[in-house]
Design a protein around this ligand. Structure first.
Ligand code: PGA
Length: 252
């Protein structure tokens, strides 16, 4: 694991969390302060309604958004631009999550436009890719992810500091199922090769997160796999104790 980028453990709260949930961020602040030598960075991506409060309350952890619009501004009712996010102090945005690809029909081309917008505003893009259960069973997982990577990540303007890739097999999200260590290793090595093909040396420095049913009890094993540079965590990120258990298992 030498030469690998510093790990990132990011929590995706999805459509969960009222104002009272900010106390989980207070609790994370305490835990981080007690562990100054953590071998990872932490991020929480709360819903848009509490982003501003989260930015004000977070200490030593980044706050990210869960989506954005590609345009600078204009007639897009209900949408949020990347400039609005940086204006709040948000530093990253999750893009192309499988729930957005499924619920909103987001294509890789649309994801790529959002990545360009994120780069324009100075946000880090956490770009999600991953196959469905049917695609894995029919042996298409590597091919599907290759297409998503090629389609979702623009060649221009992308470098190791402004994108993170998250491999999230759709069938592992929120199900308690996780792929075997061998399958995670194979996919992450594949993604590393794709990134090196697209970005040469920078591709070696890009973080590749694993996501899908990560929790304290499986984090050490998953985070130890070559080319796994952290986690994108859904359900287990909602409570500070559960989220920090992942850090304790893998990065303390
Ligand atoms: P999960 O979600 O940890 O609840 O499986 C992961 C994600 O969707 O990012």
């Amino acid at each position: 694991m030498t030469n690998q980028p510093k790990a990132l453990v990011a929590g995706n709260w999805k459509m969960n969390g009222l104002t009272a949930a900010i106390t989980e961020i207070d609790s994370l602040n305490h835990k981080i302060a007690n562990h100054p030598n953590m071998a990872c960075e932490l991020m929480i991506c709360p819903p848009a309604t509490i982003l501003a409060t989260a930015v004000l309350r977070a200490e030593n952890l980044e706050i990210g958004a869960q989506d954005c619009h590609a345009a600078l501004g204009g007639a897009h009712t209900g949408d949020v631009s990347t400039e609005m996010l940086t204006d709040l102090g948000v530093t990253a945005v999750i893009l192309g999550h499988s729930e957005r690809r499924a619920d909103h029909g987001e294509t890789s081309a649309q994801v790529a436009e959002k990545v360009v917008a994120a780069q324009r505003a100075g946000l880090v893009s956490i770009i999600c890719v991953g196959e469905t259960e049917a695609e894995r069973k029919s042996g298409q997982a590597l091919g599907v992810v290759s297409e998503q990577i090629a389609g979702s990540i623009p060649l221009d303007g992308t470098h190791a500091d402004n994108i993170v890739v998250a491999y999230e097999p759709v069938w592992a999200i929120g199900t308690g199922l996780v792929p075997s260590v061998a399958d995670v290793a194979e996919m992450h090595a594949h993604i590393r090769d794709l990134l090196k093909g697209m970005f040469e040396n920078d591709g070696d420095k890009m973080r590749i997160l694993y996501g899908g049913s990560v929790k304290g009890s499986n984090a050490a094993e998953l985070m130890n796999v070559d080319n796994v540079n952290g986690a994108l965590v859904g359900g287990a990120s909602l409570k500070a104790d559960d989220f920090f258990a992942i850090v304790e298992a893998a990065y303390l």
